[in-house]
Design a protein around this ligand. Structure first.
Ligand code: URA
Length: 434
């Protein structure tokens, strides 16, 4: 189990044994492998890949590097969903209370935004007072009491991933299917869930730029999670234009509250229902997608999902009055519209371009230790295919800094194309990998 020997074996294309993978992951957890040895192994894995058996052993070792929450005393199946990340993806914020309102508990450990993609924790923290750093005991109690808790990764859960993800981020080894699979599943399966639904995104605003690469990742994750005993399905969804009309933190919370009030954008709700249906079906709370959809729709129509969201905000120290009065969320100093120069159709809204604009405003972080500005971002974003008149608002820019506002405006003007013919949006919901 000498590190240079194991690195050489992977470098030369051999499959590592379970014990060898365990030695590598323990070396990351207990510090017995130096950062340069861990990084060399990550790069060897990046180039040589891992077999299905190695990926399962790696994921198991990553999960067991810390605590695995035990929620078995809470009656019923516990379900979670994970998205591989995109632009404007606020689905967790309203989907979790919708599913909980249908009687399936959702214990969710989420991440922060990094680079172009936003993070659920940053969005939640824009609610004044909201705490995402709860100890595991409080997390367990809240799931038992209200069926819903959204927190951040604790030091106790999958600590090897914390170490290895930080190294991958700075050694160009993030885009690797077995490493992504181990990283995501180790955290999700340590939450104490019974079933998992994955939203694997593809397109300009996603990690995986094409559907084939997203499918490979989805198949690997479904296979490994199932081999580890957790029924899992993946839904492939497009991320060419931002999801919904808001990108940022507080602006996305406001849009999620709209979704819970039955006023959500069509694309956001389509993804929400597609994922929620799979969660309810896998958890055994519905026998068909149609039945699941009807339950989810009822949770919105009857207000039970909104009530659940309010309960969660209050339980985690947040100001629940943002539900009735979203203007209590942080507001930026300037709200400046970007106007259409001429009448026509929205031909394109480049998710990556919009993400860069919101990053420039301060809504995201370039390095893990950066702070985010909860108030800035973009709302009222137009959608591909819409017709616009001259002078119509294509987007409303929320800014706290004048040079950033000017740069963001230029980036948005490049990302949004208005022309004579309507653009063709890529179908949003793709294959379901079961
Ligand atoms: N998100 C994670 O948590 N891990 C990865 O490897 C990629 C995305």
């Amino acid at each position: 189990m000498f590190p240079p020997h194991l690195i050489a074996r992977k470098r030369d294309g051999h499959a590592l044994s379970g014990a060898e993978i365990e030695a590598f992951v323990s070396g990351a957890t207990d510090g017995s492998w130096a950062d340069y040895q861990l990084s060399a192994m990550l790069m060897a894995i990046f180039w040589r890949g891992m077999t299905a058996e190695e990926t399962a052993a790696y994921t198991t070792a990553m999960m067991r590097s810390g605590l695995v929450a035990d929620l078995s005393a809470i009656p019923g199946k516990k379900a979670d969903k994970h998205s591989t990340g995109g632009v404007g993806d606020k689905v967790s914020l309203h989907l979790a209370p919708m599913v909980a309102a249908c009687g399936v508990a959702v214990p969710m450990i989420s991440g922060r935004g990094l680079g172009h993609s936003g993070g659920t924790l940053d969005k939640l923290e824009s609610i004044p007072g909201f705490r995402v750093n709860l100890p595991l005991a409080d997390y367990r109690r809240q799931v038992a009491e209200i069926g819903l808790c959204l927190i951040g990764q604790t030091a106790e859960l999958a600590p090897a991933d914390k170490k290895l993800y930080a190294l991958r981020d700075v050694t160009a080894t993030v885009e690797c299917v077995p490493l992504i699979c181990g990283s995501i599943l180790a955290k999700k399966l340590a939450e104490g869930i019974d079933v998992l639904v994955l939203d694997v995104k593809f397109g300009r605003g996603a990690f995986m730029k094409d559907a084939a690469a997203a499918r490979r990742l989805a198949v690997a994750m479904v296979r490994v999670a199932r081999a580890m005993g957790t029924p899992t399905r993946a839904v492939l969804t497009a991320m060419e234009e931002p999801l919904g009309r808001a990108v940022g933190n507080a602006v996305e919370v406001a849009e999620s509250i709209d979704c819970l009030k039955g006023r959500g954008p069509a694309d956001t709700m389509a993804v929400t229902y597609a994922l929620g249906e799979q969660m309810l079906c896998l958890a055994g709370a519905a026998t068909s997608q149609a039945e699941a959809r009807a339950q989810l729709a009822r949770s919105i129509a009857e207000g039970s999902a909104l009530k659940k969201f309010r309960e969660m905000v209050a339980a985690q120290g947040g100001d629940p009055s943002v539900v009735e009065t979203p203007s209590r969320l942080p507001q930026a100093r300037w709200q400046v519209p970007l106007l259409a120069g001429a009448a026509g159709f929205v031909q394109d809204v480049d998710a990556m371009g919009v993400a860069l604009a919101t990053l420039r405003l301060g809504a995201g972080r370039k390095k893990a230790e950066d702070a985010v500005d909860p108030a800035v971002g973009v709302s009222g974003l137009c959608k591909i295919g819409e017709s616009v008149s001259a002078g119509a608002v294509l987007a409303l820019i929320h800014a706290n800094d004048e040079p950033a506002l000017a740069d963001a405006r230029a980036l948005l003007a490049k990302a949004i194309i208005v022309g004579a013919n309507p653009g063709q949006a890529v179908p949003l919901i793709g294959e379901i990998i079961d």
